[in-house]
Design a protein around this ligand. Structure first.
Ligand SMILES: NC(=O)c1ccc[n+]([C@@H]2O[C@H](COP(=O)([O-])OP(=O)(O)OC[C@H]3O[C@@H](n4cnc5c(N)ncnc54)[C@H](O)[C@@H]3O)[C@@H](O)[C@H]2O)c1
Length: 249
């Protein structure tokens, strides 16, 4: 399918996991992909793999939670490719721990990386998305929809991303811009591989974050993001699509 032919997409978190898989799927669907991440090596690998498919792609190394970096990233995408049709915010981090032991610095870091990055990229890209009648897909999580054991900061940040997305969907609907979230659960990536329950954690709560059908790779999320980004998602806005193999069923 070439549902994103002639479209220009920014994908953050593109050096690994769901962001990389989304960049690859977008390239397969005909998009030009502007790939953003902190990790230089992973980003270069992603862009090389897109170019090997014959796609047009560019890497931009930046901290997605830094205002100046985000302004520079969006400006570079526009100067390189002339437009933005799709914005995918996948950059994110996870920190586990008991709430009563969590430092304010850790809480603020999780909020900054997950929420500020999403806000800043939306804010900077929206004028271009209004011109192109484009759309946004942000990363929520099942933790935005139900309690995540030992994940209070992360859950709070993802609920904020969901709420931000819904407000943007309402504010910009009549300007032709759509905004949606995906809520992944139990997807095998670096974040998921680094889940560390507290030593005295209650492992009987693991089913709350475990798929009923087994963990899946990031491509199961990328396919849904591509649908939302394309004309197949033309009547979907303000939605949060749970993709978790039944974790919350
Ligand atoms: N894997 C899951 O089961 C799962 C579940 C729910 C939500 N999510 C969300 O999906 C998104 C993608 O995560 P993933 O699972 O692919 O994990 P991942 O760790 O493989 O990818 C996250 C990417 O974000 C990048 N990143 C982190 N901080 C950044 C910053 N300040 N600036 C720029 N880039 C930054 C990392 O370098 C990494 O490449 C995240 O927002 C995550 O919270 C994942």
């Amino acid at each position: 399918m070439q549902r994103l032919k002639n479209k220009v997409a920014i994908v953050t978190g593109a050096a690994s996991g769901i962001g990389r898989s989304t960049a690859e799927r977008f390239a397969d669907e005909g998009a030009t992909v502007f790939c953003v991440d902190l990790q230089v090596g992973g980003l270069d690998e992603t862009v090389a793999s897109l170019k090997a498919k014959g796609a047009t792609a560019e890497a931009f190394v930046c901290d997605a939670s830094n205002e100046a970096d985000v302004k520079a990233a969006v400006a570079k995408c526009v100067s390189s490719f002339g437009r933005i049709d799709v914005l995918v915010n996948m950059a994110g981090i996870l920190r586990f721990g008991h709430t009563h032991e969590m430092s304010l610095a850790t809480f603020e870091l999780v909020m900054k990386v997950n929420v500020n990055s999403t806000f800043l990229f939306c804010r900077e890209a929206l004028p271009e998305l209004v011109k192109s009648k484009g759309n946004i897909i942000n990363a929520a999580s099942t933790s935005a929809l139900q309690g995540l054991p030992y994940g209070a900061a992360y859950g709070a940040s993802k609920a904020a991303c969901l709420s931000l997305t819904r407000s943007i969907a309402v504010d910009y609907a009549k300007k032709g811009v759509r905004a949606n979230c995906v809520a992944p659960g139990d997807v095998t990536t670096n974040i998921a591989n680094n889940i560390t329950f507290p030593e005295d954690g209650d492992f009987s709560m693991m089913p709350r974050i475990s798929s009923l059908t087994g963990a899946k790779g990031p491509e199961v999320i990328a396919g849904v993001i591509a649908m939302l980004a394309s004309e197949d998602g033309a009547h979907i806005t303000g939605e949060c699509v749970r993709i978790d193999g039944g974790t919350l069923a």
